[in-house]
Design a protein around this ligand. Structure first.
Ligand SMILES: Nc1ncnc2c1ncn2[C@@H]1O[C@H](COP(=O)(O)OP(=O)(O)OP(=O)(O)O)[C@@H](O)[C@H]1O
Length: 240
């Protein structure tokens, strides 16, 4: 289990205020909230890119006290996808993660369906394919938890669903936390949702219990949730 209660300030500016997070294996936790709510900062604190105040424990081990190399065995971060800068091959790129063995690279690339394309340059991949390579690199590391920052933001609906299905499979083995902007993906795939606004947790619970009122106050919109074929879907509308 990943359990955290953290605060963080950029200089004088407090951007996470005693935010509590719990994520268990077998559950996909989505972190949602408006731009600037602190979602990326929260992931960066958990993974040790930023140094928060408070505690963050994974299976009882205090992450904030581990050195970065040690922490990488526990938790991996998949950043918001930006296009690759250097023309490594797919295989080389995945190998660049920490604690990687050749066997784990192959397994991870097979899992995302890119092993056959391992000799291609990452610079020649589409945004969606590169996102899958980033996920493969995290998988190859073999850590207990993977935190993903907007893993579907550049993807078409087909690739977005592929990534969400992959996360859905992985959640049985690893703790998976994903920042999602697409609220319908969060409603369909997340087991639990953590809603952040202005650096504070405003709601947390099972996604099936997320009410439109929470979305309305968090995002300042009108929201309805309808059910289609057993799935809850958000229908947003502007106020006024
Ligand atoms: N390096 C930085 N220095 C100073 N302030 C920062 C820095 N990075 C982020 N912030 C501020 O911290 C707040 C939270 O930013 P963060 O990126 O965590 O939000 P977010 O919820 O991930 O937003 P988005 O949905 O737009 O990606 C914002 O107000 C942002 O301006």
């Amino acid at each position: 289990m990943l359990e955290a209660r953290i605060s963080f300030a950029y200089g004088e500016r407090e951007v996470l205020k005693n935010v509590e997070l719990k994520a268990e294996r077998g559950e996909l936790l989505a972190v949602i909230g408006p731009n600037g709510a602190g979602k990326s900062t929260l992931l960066k604190c958990l993974v040790g890119i930023l140094r928060p105040r408070g505690t963050a424990r994974l299976d009882g081990v205090e992450l904030t006290s581990l050195r970065p190399a040690e922490r990488a065995k526990f938790i991996t971060y998949v950043p918001q996808s930006s296009l690759p800068q250097f023309a490594f091959t797919v295989e080389e790129f995945v190998e660049m993660g920490a604690y990687i063995t050749r066997g784990s690279v192959r397994k991870a690339l097979e899992r995302v369906g890119l092993w056959e394309r391992r000799r291609e340059r990452v610079t020649s991949l589409s945004g969606g394919e590169f996102q899958l390579v980033l996920i493969a690199r995290a998988l190859a590391q073999g850590s207990r938890a993977i935190l993903l920052d907007e893993p579907t933001s550049h993807l078409d609906v087909n690739h977005a669903l592929m990534v969400m299905e992959l996360l859905n499979e992985l959640k049985g083995e690893k703790i998976i936390v994903a920042v999602l902007h697409d609220l319908n993906l969060a409603l369909s795939y997340a087991d639990r949702v953590l809603v952040l606004k202005d650096g504070e947790k405003v709601w947390e619970g099972p996604s099936r219990k997320l009410e439109p009122a929470v979305i309305e106050t968090t995002y300042g919109i009108r929201a309805r949730i309808i059910e289609v074929e057993g799935k809850r879907l958000l229908v947003p509308g502007l106020k006024g």
